[in-house]
Design a protein around this ligand. Sequence first.
Ligand SMILES: Nc1ncnc2c1ncn2[C@@H]1O[C@H](COP(=O)(O)OP(=O)(O)OP(=O)(O)O)[C@@H](O)[C@H]1O
Length: 749
Amino acid sequence: MSIRVIARVRPLLKSERELDAILRTGSTAGTDSKSRESSNGDKKLAALRDRDNVVRIPNPKNEGEEYSFQFNGVYDAEASQQELFDAEVAPTIKHLFNGFDVTLFAYGVTGTGKTHTMRGGKSLADRGVIPRLLSGIYRRSRKIEKDTNGETTVQVSLSYYEIYNDKVYDLLEPPEKRTMAGLPLRDNGGKTVVVGLTEKPCTSLKEFEGMYDQANNNRSTSATKLNAHSSRSHAILGVKVTVCSPDKTRVSTASAIDLAGSEDNRRTDNDKERMVESASINKSLFVLAQCVEAITKKQHRIPYRESKMTRILSLGQNNGLTVMILNLAPVRSYHLDTISSLSVANRTRKIEVREVENDPMFKGPARPSIRPSMANSGHRQPLRPLTASVNVNMPAPAVKDPAKKDDGKPVKAFNVYSDRPLAKPVTQFRKPEIPKRSSLSSDTHSVRPQKPARPASHADISAATIEEMVEKKVEAILAVRAVSEQSRQTQVRELNEQVQRRLETLEQRIEGTEDARAEGLSYLLMAKQHQARGEEGSALRMYQLALPHFPHNEKLAGKIAALKERVHAKSWGQHNSPPAKGRTGSMLSLKKEPTTTLGKRQSEDFDRDYEDAMGGDGFSSDEDSLQEASRPTHKRRATAKSLRPSVDAHDALDCEDPTVSPRTIHLLSIINSRDVSQIKLLKGVGAKKAEAIVDCLCEMDQASSSFGGNAPEIISDQPQFQVNSLAELSKLKGVGIRTVENMRNGVLV
Ligand SMILES: Nc1ncnc2c1ncn2[C@@H]1O[C@H](COP(=O)(O)OP(=O)(O)OP(=O)(O)O)[C@@H](O)[C@H]1O
């Protein structure tokens, strides 16, 4: 059902001239109702003519043109308070008692007669809609109580508040109790309620009049240029009617709202305070017009929340009956404002309101149809989602029962409660139940008849929404799985790395053991080579270096002691024999012979000693041991592990082959030069490694000199220790087989 909109044109005020009247009501053009009445002399005919419910107003830009606005009812200046009430408000009272909420509100520009319509004057004839409504309510209450012999009782309670400068103030409380912020609003079960509002029981019309008059004294009114008693606030009277019969209780509310009027401040001469009020009033009315427009244009968002007035009025959201009384001033000075008001009212007429009555509360034992989960809810409704921002005038998705055919009967405006349950159509999805608006109704959803105007709840959960929800859920599950799979892979990777690290460590330890042993053998080999060349000092040094690798080998220790003795003796002999003239050049030849002889002997000794030394260290045979010691270290390691690349066989034998390659000779000469700047240029050798090599060589030099400062081989300024093969080179500190390989490959000859 649409909002019922009626227009009421007030009479001319004393200050207004008949000449300035521009509004016409009724179908007869060119004459007002008064002239029609007087010319025809037939009031009934005039009334009938007025029933075409059209308001006409000239186009402000072209006076010859007229705009026509049709409403549900049009009341001209002659229409009395009684007529208006009887025609528009009295019929709503019975619906109020049947459980429907009723909203009556007066809308219009300032000074158009809203307060006159709603409140009216003091005399009986001038009484407005509100006192007449209360009168009608009390009259009906008494009738009901009388008809039921007092079994059914009716209680009436009142609340009355104003919205002033967008703040809510309780008019039933004295102004001293007001706070600056006013009373807050809250959404409760889809209904906007004022928190902390006084609700006073009111048992008679007389009591009401006393309370109402007192409250109106608290209302913000003021004299403006346009209205001597202008309302500066929106006033909302709530009349709660509670009908208690032996089996059930029904609660419904009639809201009677006297809105403040919009003001054209070019005409008001308002002072600062009035201007603030005016701005607030105009803003809220503008929001109301916006809401009306949004609803009629079926927009999704309705700006209800932008003003407290629109939030409370909840136009198009409130169930039950809504009647808008458009108050109009007939004169030209209101021309543009009137057209504006007519447009808003004309749109409001198209707003549909749900014809839903409030649920009754049943008394006595619980009904079988009541769900046990709700049986103890204490008549409290679950909160339903805020609907104030949703356009209920939007067409809901049609969920039609195919079995149900349109029988062509007009839809009943209102449905009276029936205790007989109706068969509900079976739907695929269980609809969430929508609680009713009344804060006191609760448990009767399952026994209530299906209302034709009740919006389908499929709008809340559509197939698309469900699909979207399922999609989101699946995505979430897949995301969790992906994360756990990723962490599992990370764990496996970490485990692999750990295992790899442990293997490498193990390998390094094994290699280290092997390297140490190979190093010892290399020293022995070098010692043998030095001895073979007669370089006993160097040979001694090599034996000494080998000793830590074979710490418990007594023969090696004995060999060292014997060699040491010989080196000392030799040194002593040289010191004590007079140097021969010009012997320098022949010293080599002189010492060569005995050296070679000695070397041969010593070599044989070494072989024997070495066999002994190695015998206890697990070498298989004498020959193997010798061969093992003679073989380059890297060869042995490659044999043992087949892991490391080896220097080629030719290079491996460099040390023993007199025809070593020029590349090797060149490399060794660079090494033996002890020139860091040259060594560091070798492939795979940086500055640090070059320095380490030179340091190592210097250490060897010192060791050699400590065995016999004037060793025979040091007959010039040449360094004592010479690297004679790649194998020797690979045994220097910081140099390995791979480095030697790199060095050699990088040498250009
Ligand atoms: N139908 C009517 N019959 C006689 N007088 C009327 C009628 N309507 C309004 N008036 C008079 O017009 C004047 C302005 O009316 P009223 O104060 O009700 O306007 P309003 O719309 O409430 O103004 P505001 O918005 O400023 O409060 C008052 O003096 C009132 O008595």
